[in-house]
Design a protein around this ligand. Structure first.
Ligand SMILES: [Zn+2]
Length: 314
């Protein structure tokens, strides 16, 4: 089984086990990236850092890891009171065409999406010395125009898919919860086709939610382990973990990530890879099964079931 870790690299910090994406909190990048690499190194794991252009100058040099592009369009305030923060990319806001303040990438025209992706790619290449070929959409929001713009800009991998989810700002509702990589159809990014871009969906636990250490306060670490077991026991060829770099400034989440990777690394035939190394696996359908979750059933997950409207949206 291949295992990838995709880290959305953003400013921010943790308060009360919650990431606050405060732009002044540069430690979300400077410390978060190094702390994650420290944990990953213990298990010889690779990390794909999907970097926002606005944080590029704060990204540690010479990490030796894959650098991808993470685009947050627009500029809006989220949260309230002391937990309020801005969503958007200060660099792209100034240097690319954006006709609105919407933070939903799919709201923008093809030309505007092309421009954001093109400018972001060039800037990361200039600052970090390597041109990204893996993309993650801010708020997981993309559409057919995004796929077209990514292909036109030479991207080969996309890690934005959250199978089953359909809040107001993205739609991955037609992908099965356990979904292996696929090439999308040019007129329907949720359908298999021949576009030269590999969609690499994130692993999803039952009944729905990304496998991310930031979810441990909601569902418990045992639930994420159960999800890995569900994939592993059925021979799924890929398990895709995602997280945001600011969570790695906090001991609680660092420990959660460490314990999750320790559990995964304890299995035979696990190969940690970066996103760009992933290729389509021939004819792999993986069924869902509840069995591994029985041991992980706890109060946290029962609560989370009733809170299932909650989704990480960045
Ligand atoms: Zn993000």
């Amino acid at each position: 089984m291949d295992v990838i870790i995709v880290c959305h690299t953003e400013f921010g910090f943790v308060r009360n086990k919650k990431v606050i994406y405060e732009k002044k909190a540069t430690q979300g990048v400077t410390k978060g990236v190094l702390n994650l690499m420290g944990v990953a190194k213990r298990y010889k794991a690779k990390v794909t850092f999907a970097v926002m252009p606005e944080v590029a100058e704060y990204f540690p040099k010479d990490t030796g890891q894959e650098i991808g592009l993470h685009v947050h369009a627009g500029w809006e305030t989220f949260g309230q009171g002391k937990d309020a923060y801005e969503v958007g990319d200060a660099y792209l806001r100034v240097h690319s065409k954006q006709s609105s303040a919407s933070t939903v990438l799919r709201d923008y025209s093809y030309d505007e999406q092309f421009d954001m992706i093109c400018r972001g790619k060039k800037y990361l290449a200039e600052i970090l010395g390597s041109a990204p070929t893996t993309f993650v959409a801010g708020r997981w929001s993309l559409n057919n125009d995004t796929v077209k713009a990514l292909v036109a800009n030479g991207f080969t991998h996309d890690c934005s898919a959250q199978p089953g989810a359909k809040p107001a700002h993205h739609d991955w509702s037609r992908l099965p919860r356990i979904c292996m990589p696929y090439h999308p159809h040019e007129h329907d990014y949720q359908k298999k086709g021949a576009a030269p871009l590999l969609m690499v969906p994130g692993a999803q636990y039952f009944p729905g939610g990304g496998v991310n250490p930031e979810m441990v306060p909601w569902v418990g670490l045992a639930w994420l382990k159960a999800c890995f077991s569900e994939y592993y026991r059925q021979g799924a060829p890929l398990f895709h973990i995602c997280l945001h770099s600011p969570c790695m400034t906090d001991d609680y989440f660092i420990s959660a990530m460490d314990r999750l990777l320790e559990f995964i690394a304890g299995h035979e035939q696990v190969h940690f890879k970066c996103a760009r190394e992933i290729q389509e696996y021939p004819n792999r359908h993986v069924a869902a099964t509840m069995l591994p979750y029985l041991a992980g059933l706890n109060l946290a997950i029962i609560k989370s079931y009733f809170l299932s409207s909650f989704k990480i949206f960045l």
